[in-house]
Structure formats: C-alpha cells, structure tokens
Ligand binder design. Structure first.
Ligand code: MN
Length: 248
C-alpha cells in the first residue's frame, strides 16, 4: 500500500512523525507537508505565487503552502504514482463539530476525496501539546487497513478524533455525527504599545453541545470518534421550504 501523509501543523510536528512511523508497518510512506504551521487555513489553495517543495528526506517533502497545496503537489507532481490512501494528521487538537471547516487537517482529506483517493483525517483531542500521538497513530493504522479492504462510500472521508489517552484507556470507536459548538465571545480586545487597538481571536475551550451520537459526545466519554464527512454542503432538509418561495 502506498500511503501519502500530510498535516497542517507542519512537517516537523510530532503528530506527523508518530503517524509516519506507525504507518510504515502497513505500507510505503510518503510525506508532503507544509514547511510551517498552517492550522485553521481551511481548504485554502495557493494561486498567486509559486510553491517550492524541499526534499528533506528520501520520502519527505516540505512545501511552503497549505495542506490542500500539499495534497495537490504530492499527487500531481512530487509522487510518481497515485497513493492508495491519504492520511492527514495527527493534528495537535481536536477537529470536532463546526470547527471542521476551519481545519487544514480535515481539508487535506477533503482534497484527496475530490481526487477520488480514500482519505482519513486524524486529530488528537488535546488542549496542550498532546502526549498520546502513538496511541492515535495505532488507531489510524487500524482504520487505514480497514479502509483499504472495505473501501469508503462514494464522496466520503473519515474525520477521526482520538482522546489524548494511552492506548489501553481508549474506549472502542463510535461512528458519530458532526457535532455543534456553543459559540461564546473569545476575542481579545487590547491596545498595542503605539496606542492602536488590536483584536486577537482567542484560544477557544472545548465548548461543544453534548449531542448524543456526536463526535464530541464520543470523545468526551473517552471513545474514539469516527465521523463520515462528505463534500456536499447542501441542506437537503431545507429544499422543500425554499422551493415553495415565489422567486418570480
Ligand atoms: Mn493543526
């Protein structure tokens, strides 16, 4: 199995190193990852300046772009083959609920899905640096094996969130739905040394609604969460109501 790894924490992030080491047990691992942290860049694609890729080890490339750039460059240029699977992560911090659209980690998996390649995004749910990347990597390896055997439903990728616990303490994976955040004001509003106002979007506590069956519900009870995501953002439940509008 040929495995392409990427992330949004940067090519030197510990989560990516743990993932690469573990994935080596089940296939040939290639890494194409941002040369610096690109968290919360979402699905951004770089169009207005050229990208550079630096080969820092035999199978590891650092790109001065976004996670989505990395998947594009990896698949269309840097690798001489199409990977069997793309795994993005392991992110430092969860990608739960409404936050998935901000996530570079999730967007890299989404990009691979657009290219018809099975993909998994993996995040360690931790508010600090995280101490159990190897446990999350073991989860990723197992899932990658299952995905390669079973395949994924069309247009679907997996958003996996793993509690920051040793492997023996993780409870079995649950298939979950995308949860919802409870939004609260987290903007830091201060004055800089030159007397001008500045605003800083603050670090956000894990503050999600405890919806049964959701990603947050699972990880807050020490279960691994596996949410199948797809690319179609259409709200099908709203179609009937909107089609009843008189638009003439
Ligand atoms: Mn990140």
């Amino acid at each position: 199995m040929k495995i392409l790894l990427t992330n949004d924490d940067g090519v030197r992030a510990p989560g990516l190193a743990a993932l690469a080491e573990a994935m080596g047990a089940i296939g040939d691992v290639f890494v194409v990852a941002p040369d610096r942290e690109q968290s919360a860049v979402g699905h951004a694609l770089t169009l207005h300046h050229p990208l550079r890729a630096t080969r820092i080890e035999e199978n590891i490339f650092a790109v001065d772009g976004t996670p989505t750039d990395c998947v594009n460059l990896g698949i269309h240029s840097l690798l001489s083959f199409k990977p069997d699977i793309v795994v993005s992560g392991i992110n430092r911090g969860g990608n739960l609920g409404d936050d998935v659209t901000y996530s570079g980690t999730v967007s890299a998996a989404l990009e691979a899905t657009l290219m018809g390649i099975p993909a998994i995004a993996v995040s360690l749910v931790t508010a600090n640096d995280g101490s159990n990347y190897s446990a999350a990597a073991a989860v990723a390896v197992k899932l990658a094996g299952i995905v390669s055997r079973e395949g994924l439903p069309e247009d679907t990728f997996l958003n996996v969130n793993v509690p920051d616990l040793p492997e023996a303490r993780l409870l079995p994976p649950l298939i979950t739905t995308q949860g919802k955040r409870s939004y609260e004001g987290t903007i830091v509003d201060k004055v800089d040394p030159r007397g001008r106002s500045y605003y800083w979007i603050g670090t956000v506590d894990l503050n999600f609604r405890d919806i049964e069956g959701s990603d947050y519900f699972a990880v807050s009870r020490d279960h691994v969460s596996i949410t199948p995501l797809h690319l179609d953002l259409t709200n099908y439940n709203s179609l009937a109501a909107l089609k009843s509008w008189d638009l003439t």
